[in-house]
Design a protein around this ligand. Structure first.
Ligand code: ADP
Length: 460
């Protein structure tokens, strides 16, 4: 129900109740009171006439009685009959017993019977029959005019109230509602109603202040975002150029070391060859470090729209490039049916492939020497998202390292034991955070580890 309907319904109800009361109770009561007042006044008037008859009756001035009564009949057209009798009950006016005309239906006859007396001594009686028909008719007419005037007045007041309400409340509220809807769409330009000096005006000016402060915040945020995007692009270019420029001399070192080895092969002893191998290995590791660092720095830097990612495809794309490594290690990677059943998640496909590749790669790499790696990839679908798990039967991790291993360059082993740069899990953590998810693990040293990754459906 709209606001004006909500206001109109009670106003109409009050209007009808007032009109009903006026027509059914107030006007009839007013009419009855007025009629009673008229009859009362008439009765007093007849009392004074009967008092006036006393001296005339005492002096037996019948002709004067006649004169007076005829004069009264002439001046009061609504008096139908006047009868004066003496104390013996004989009619002394009118002398001839004129029969009054039979009453018509619109006549309302009232009969007044007054004694003509001095103290307790009654000298005769005065009887007057008055027709109140025309009087009552006039009274009714006036009362219905009064009722109509009242209804018209109440109607004018009702319409006036609605017009005032429309102008002072409903129109500004409607425009304010439009402006708030527009504000929700970040449109700050919708014109606002004039702020009047009442409560609605306060609402309008408060809304205007709120909108202005929101506009300023939004503007500041936009400026900041633009600045951040600019600096991100600059940083991206810097990282790319720096990595390119750093890798170039490394390539030079590598190729000259190789050249040295090839050209002077017959002149080099075993120790010199070992030194050259160390130098090449160092250059290669440095190269890998730069590549990994560049990748780490790129994750989530430039915000792109998310895609709908099918987990099974991500797992397949992650495992495929590890084929040689898996085969060499005699490993088995089993992808559970729950991965096929998992619903698609919003995300960045390439990043998720990289995430799973790192986990499966580690599961193969950190195997126990005595048993071939058995790796299981599964998924569990919850109300808020999907949890992907990669379980292995490798060397396991002690619980005190559970946090540390996700930090950059944190390794639990020497290079001689297991190769690596210590960036892989840091990259995984960053990718998961970019997806607003979570990464954690369960592990028993000597038995194996399970890494869990929660990927939410929404932005929560
Ligand atoms: P990297 O493998 O290059 O050393 P990561 O960041 O991938 O770097 O891993 C950090 C450390 O976590 C590793 O050095 C290793 O000790 C431990 N680790 C990671 N994955 C596993 C796993 N599946 N089983 C046992 N240890 C692991």
């Amino acid at each position: 129900m709209k606001l004006h309907q909500k206001l109109l319904v009670p106003l109409l109800a009050v209007f009808l109740a007032v009109v009903g009361y006026v027509y059914l109770a107030w006007i009839p009561a007013l009419r009855d009171d007025a009629e009673a007042e008229v009859l009362n006044t008439l009765s007093h008037h007849l009392d004074s006439i009967s008092e006036g008859l006393v001296p005339l009756m005492l002096a037996s001035q019948i002709d004067v009685v006649h004169e007076n009564m005829n004069a009264l009949l002439a001046t009061n057209p609504d008096w139908r009959e006047v009868i004066v009798t003496d104390k013996a009950g004989r009619q002394i006016f009118p002398l001839i017993g004129k029969k009054p005309p039979p009453p018509t239906p619109d006549q309302v006859l009232h009969r007044f019977d007054k004694p003509v007396s001095i103290g307790p001594v009654e000298l005769g009686r005065l009887t007057v029959v008055v027709d109140r028909g025309p009087g009552v008719q006039r009274l009714r007419q006036r009362m219905s005019e009064l009722g109509v005037a009242f209804v018209v007045l109440a109607l004018i007041m009702l319409v006036g109230a609605m017009v005032v309400l429309e102008g002072a409340v409903l129109v500004p509220v409607r425009r304010l509602a439009l402006a708030s809807k527009a504000l929700a769409r970040r449109d700050f330009s919708t014109p606002l109603p004039q702020a009047s000096a009442d409560e609605v005006g306060t609402l309008v000016s408060t809304f205007a202040e709120m909108r202005e402060s929101r506009r300023e915040t939004e503007q500041a945020l936009q400026d900041k975002t633009a600045e951040l995007e600019r600096s991100n692009i600059e940083l991206e270019q810097f990282a790319y150029v720096a990595s390119h420029d750093l890798r170039e001399p490394l390539r030079q070192v590598s190729s000259y070391v190789t050249l040295l080895e090839r050209r002077y092969a017959d002149k080099l002893d075993d120790e010199a060859r070992e030194f050259i191998a160390f130098a090449r290995d160092g250059a290669e590791r440095m190269n890998q470090l730069i590549v990994d660092l560049l990748e780490y720095s790129r994750i989530g830097r430039i915000e792109r729209p998310r895609e709908t990612v099918v987990l099974r495809q991500v797992v397949d794309d992650a495992v495929l490039p590890l084929g040689v490594e898996i085969e060499t290690a005699g490993a088995e990677v089993a992808v559970d049916a729950s991965v096929d059943a998992a619903p698609p998640v919003p995300g960045y496909r390439e990043e998720l492939v990289r995430l799973l590749q790192n986990l499966v790669h580690n599961a193969v790499k950190y195997r126990r020497p005595d048993c071939p790696p058995r790796i299981a990839v599964s998924a569990a679908t919850g109300a808020d998202g999907v949890t992907v798990s990669v379980a292995d039967n490798g060397i396991g991790i002690a619980p005190e390292h559970f946090e540390r291993i996700f930090m950059i360059f944190q390794r639990l082993h020497t290079r001689a034991q297991y190769s690596g740069t210590g960036i892989g899990l840091a990259i995984c953590k960053r990718i998961v955070e970019h997806h607003r998810g979570r990464i954690w693990l369960q592990s028993t040293p000597g038995q194996g580890s399970t890494f869990h990754v929660f990927l939410p459906f929404g932005d929560a």
